[in-house]
Design a binder for this molecule. Sequence first.
Ligand code: FES
Length: 374
Amino acid sequence: MGMSEAIGPPFWLLAELTYRCPLHCAFCYNPVDFARHEEELSTEDWLRVLREARALGAVQCGFSGGEPLQRDDLEVLVAEAHRLGYYSNLITSGIGLNERRIRALKDAGLDHIQLSFQDSTREVNDFLSSTRTFDLKRKAAALIKSQNYPMVMNCVIHRLNIEHIERIIELAVELDADYLELANVQFYAWAQRNRAQLMPTHEQLQRAEAITQQWRERLGTRMKLLFVVPDYYESRPKKCMNGWGNVFLTVTPDGTALPCHTARMLPGLAFPNVREMNVADIWLRSEGFNRYRGTGWLPEPCRSCPEKEKDHGGCRCQAYMLTQDAGATDPVCDKSAHHELILQAREQATQPKLTEQPLIFRGPAESRRIDQPF
Ligand code: FES
């Protein structure tokens, strides 16, 4: 059997339509050098990507960014995704949503919207995004509800808002959310730049989890609460992206196809562009998607570990950022020879001289100044 016959289709197509965004979040997951990749695919290119990925077997399509509402053709792309039979999801800050656009998105067949907040208070929300957006987000929440979408709210949790967790849950209740994702910050891209300032202490995390559990019991089926644990406080790594080249196919604004948001920074790996190669060839045959697929490539101690099928050795990008070797065991694992790096980071979260440094906010000017790709 040839290699390509053993590879299943991607389940998710993540269409990162643009890196443009009115917000400047200090934990943004867009690459820190995004300003060097500003050229965007055309509408025609995206329509072709949608068709090719669907023909390959993708069934879910996420439109994200940057802020996907910055693209005037979003409704056209959503309509095509709907026609092709995808379940479509808009991942948005809500900025740019108005009566006209929410109706047009509904008419185009958009299935699902995820709205992000940075905090429960105007002050912290606006500080973390370096914009005055709190009130606009509340309006966006009302618009989403007005079209009978389930209200799916997301809030990235970190040291600067973790003490507000109860208020964040109350805000979700007030906005009549059906689902709240409390996504503890993961340290990639801009969040990695601000790691010491954003990492909560273990005590903060335990308290936040306990409060979330109390609210879960109180709310019952009225609102679903998801608490995503940060892997720096785990002893086993996550199966990143549910396995490299296994479920997710990300296409960046300039058309580079990646197995995750940040893989472009990994040295020595070629990732094709959808302008030059069709999606099936990229997924099945490109070197970039095959390098870390499955478990055959694993180094020790993963290779002989009984848990290797659970985590596939963890995250390639995290391994690279911390050890400069994308093929190493993710240092989150306490069997990794580099686990000490994680313990050091936890220790740094208790040192005020590090945690109180000013934040670096995401923005094109800052992005151009940065000389390292992570
Ligand atoms: Fe790239 Fe985990 S984020 S493999």
